[in-house]
Write a protein that binds this ligand. Sequence first.
Ligand code: ATP
Length: 309
Amino acid sequence: MLSVVPLPVIVRAPSKVNLHLGVGDLREDGYHELTSVFQALSLSDDVRFADADQLSVTVRGDDARAVPTDRRNLVWRAAELLAERAGRAPGVAITITKGIPVAGGMAGGSADAAAALVGLNELWQLGLGRAELSEIGARLGSDVPFSLHGSTALGTGRGERLLPVLARDTYHWVLALAKGGLSTPTVFRELDRLRAEGSPPRLGDAQELMHALASGDPHALAPLLGNDLQPAALSLAPALRRTLRAGTDAGALAGIVSGSGPTCAFLCADAEAAVAVGAELAGAGVCRTVRIAHGPVPGARIIDHETEH
Ligand code: ATP
């Protein structure tokens, strides 16, 4: 009998920045209650899925050596979960090309997991809908549903319950990537420690920020960006203060630590300003490298072979 080998599938998955990250109290299950306004950015990973006898993961790109290629990789677990659901063997060769910094507070692992759900749904012709993929994604990590969703969204719970947010126009960002990474659980623990000492003030709600997003004016949005994890990230990595200052000195409208850090995200007035701020930051010696990005962009999606990174 003639068997047809399916063509490889390539999926592009976006990074995210939290425009607002409100961290509530520690819940009984060990998670914090979060209110997060996410925006998906054009800085992305490409993940290729090719038919194979066995499950394997290969990682390419800048930070490749920092990424596990075994069961600790979220794509491995995504493949196992989907295969189990489909009642088939998880045979697939997965190649991740990292564009998103590793342990950088930009949900790189979640992006790859979302890519795996979309890519394997296609390669294995499973016919699962977005809602089902999102439900499986939430079991892999709190940010995975947003990596599937993309655009701009409000997340509550652990960040996995999503509502779309209207964001008019495109926002232009400069990202300052740091040398090492910060572990997300360590940053949350540091915040708990700082709060036990009584120090950092908490963000209010995100209403005003959502109004600014609907207006499409980056000048209105800039002063409303906020991240409750920022004092904890700065406490663990004090050099980030200099990075944040350098970005605003270079002309950014505002700078924040992205999620749990250590990436710093700078909102700029327009695309031209982002190029100028990026060039100045790159020369200031306050980060490992600089990337320019825009958002919102769609969630994990299949792309043509010609457009792969
Ligand atoms: P978040 O913003 O969701 O808290 P992050 O962006 O700070 O996460 P990730 O890049 O997702 O951090 O990686 C955190 C850790 O997860 C890494 O140190 C790595 O060991 C592990 N990891 C597992 N799978 C992946 C993956 N596909 N890409 C990157 N890291 C991965």
